[in-house]
Design a protein around this ligand. Structure first.
Ligand SMILES: [Zn+2]
Length: 169
């Protein structure tokens, strides 16, 4: 599982043809299109919920720790570390939950954005294709099956196919 280490967009071969900057713009676009505010509300909920959830978890861990200490006779140093981990947990536990949830949301919006830019006939990715004029409408021609598809039919705009056109706002 990726936790802030790898570049998230490199998990998608459809984005291989774009450089890092374009991929970041692609993600900006994906977030813009697929309910950014809903995502933020969800993340705020996760943060609060995981903070509250930590209370019964901490109680459980303290109880388990006491039992373990009694049966195994742990040293004082270890016990201190254990308790420290539990008490700082109200910080790191929500933080980890938040990062994982944010990751999931990002993947969801990237996948939505990618799946919208597919050829309606053969499913080939239309990302990065040159936009042509088809009877006054913006369109692309699928290099795989030759189908011409108007962007309107896919509910896409030019920025959805060419991330370099996305303005970050
Ligand atoms: Zn096609």
């Amino acid at each position: 599982m990726r936790i802030l280490t790898k570049k998230i967009y490199r998990a998608y071969p459809e984005l291989d043809k774009f450089d890092d900057e374009a991929c970041k713009r692609f993600i900006t676009r994906a977030k813009q299109r697929h309910g950014a505010w809903k995502g933020n509300a969800f993340l705020a909920f996760i943060l609060v919920a995981s903070f509250i959830l930590w209370i019964p978890l901490a109680v459980l861990f303290i109880y388990l720790g006491k039992t373990l200490t009694q049966t195994l006779g742990y040293s004082g140093g270890l016990q201190m570390l254990y308790m420290l981990a539990i008490f700082t947990g109200m910080g790191w536990f929500p933080a980890i939950c938040f990062l994982l949830a944010r990751d999931r949301l990002l993947h969801l919006s990237i996948r939505k954005q990618l799946s919208q830019a597919l050829c309606s006939k053969c499913g080939y990715s239309l990302l990065g294709l040159k936009v042509i004029d088809q009877d006054g409408q913006q369109a692309v021609q699928c290099p795989e099956c030759g189908q011409t598809i108007t962007l309107k039919d896919l509910d896409l705009s030019q920025e959805d196919l060419d991330p370099n056109l996305v303005t970050s706002s």
